[in-house]
Every structure is written in structure tokens, then in C-alpha cells.
Design a binder for this molecule. Sequence first.
Ligand SMILES: [Zn+2]
Length: 293
Amino acid sequence: MFVRDCSAPDDCSSQGCRQLSRHSTKTSVGQSDPFAASSGGYERKDSLSIVRPNGTVLAAIPVYIRTICSGRTSMQSTLMFHGIGIPGHPMEPGEENYWINWDQFDAIVDYCAKLPPDEVNFTFDDGNQSDLEAARRMRAQGVDGSFFVLVGRLGAPGYLTEAEVGELLDLGMEVGLHGRNHIDWRKADDATLNSEIDRAAEELGELCGRPVEAVAIPYGHYDRRVWTYLERSPFRRIHTSDRGRSRPVDRFVRREPVMRWHDIADVVELIAGKASPAKRLRQAVMPRLKRLA
Ligand SMILES: [Zn+2]
């Protein structure tokens, strides 16, 4: 009698997974669903079966268990930046809280450059023109990043131009999609979603000369309909603004926003995922006025 693990990732065998057999399953690594109950870093192995010597199944027990494949469960932090320095365009209400200064940014890059590879990911939303200088400073330190641009704002004052998107790629950075016009996708009809997501991704892919593999949801707003729409899209990674950490194999990626009142100690806590819930809330929504004077 042995235990059969049927929902291991496809490449488990190459990583020494001691899986004995597998068959189809509705749950797989990298297909995490934000509407499903959190498994706290564990995966549901819904085909864990106890098998008789003659091959018949004695029992199939739904359980949650950590994958035994090396490297599949390590949690990563993904930082979410917006603009750095002085905005070159009028800001949306509240957007100023998402802009940090270059000293803050340099301190974060310096810290993260010393961490083990893949422990923290850098992402940038909106395609602000400061992205290019940020990318140059990151490249100088050997740090990679993903830059989610708005196709409809390329070339507008304060935003990246198409040529600058090419420079990001030349620096070895990933360019992903943030939509076309920065709207709330929950309020968009299907035709608008098609323009904001599918058509915009095609146009960005043509500009970049490669398929767009990652998307970041504007404002982090999604509902079941938007999620289903994205789930059926070819994007390999879907970045939200839901806070927390994710695994490298997760298609649904949580992010920690870096705010204007964060100092390097705050960011270190965000990366480590060690801040208490109360402190995380305070870090997210409450400016530290004494530091803003
Ligand atoms: Zn945005």
C-alpha cells in the first residue's frame, strides 16, 4: 500500500519529487485562486489516495500538505512601486502617497541587492517616466524588475515613451501590461475589457517584440468576473494589490506597496513578512506625519 500524490507540478520529477504516479486533477501549482480559501502556504492535494496492492483505491482523502519538491514553497515578497521623484503629470487623488523619493528608492535597492536571488521582486505600475532611471539604478546593482505600463499613455507627458520601453527591455527588465487607460476593470463591459486587456497586450507585445507574460490590475480592483477573464488569458502571472507574499510558482501574485512614508526599516519588515497585522495596516494607510515635516 502506498500514498499516491496526484497534483504535483509537472516538473516535479526533475527536482527529485518522490511522486509514484499521477493523474489529472483540478488543482495545480501556479493556478492559485484568490476566491478560494487560503491554504496558508500549503497546497491542496485533492488526490491523495491510499491504494490497495491490487491497485484499487481504498480511500481518497482531501488534505492540505506541503509539496515535497525543493524550492516550490519558498515565499517571495513582491514590492510595488509607482513613481519616484517628482511626477511629470497631474496625479489622481491619493496618488501622491505612492510616490517615493530617490533616497528611499536607493536604500531599498541597496538592501535588496544583498539578498539571495529571487527573495524579493520589484514591480512598477503606471509606466511613469521615472521607471527608466529606476531601472538603470537597479541594473547597476544587479536587480531585476517588472514594469507594468499603460498602453494608452505611452508618450504622454510624464510617462514612458515607446523608445523608453525599448530601453527597459535592453536593460534586461520585464515589461508587462497595466491596461490601456487605467480604469477600474470591474466597471468595464466586455468590449472595454477586451480593449484594455487583450488588444492592449497585443499592441504591447508588438512593441516589445515578444509576448506579454505578466499583467498588473489597475488599482488592484477585481471581482470574480475580472478574475475569470484574466484566468482565461495567456498571462503567466497576474499581479494584484492584495498584500502578502507568494511562491514563485503562483500565477496570482500578492504585492506590498511601498508608500511615501516608508523608511528602509518598514520595507525590510514588508519583505520579511514579519510585520504584525496592525502594523501592516498602519504601514499601508497611515502617513507618519513626523517624517513628512
Ligand atoms: Zn496603476
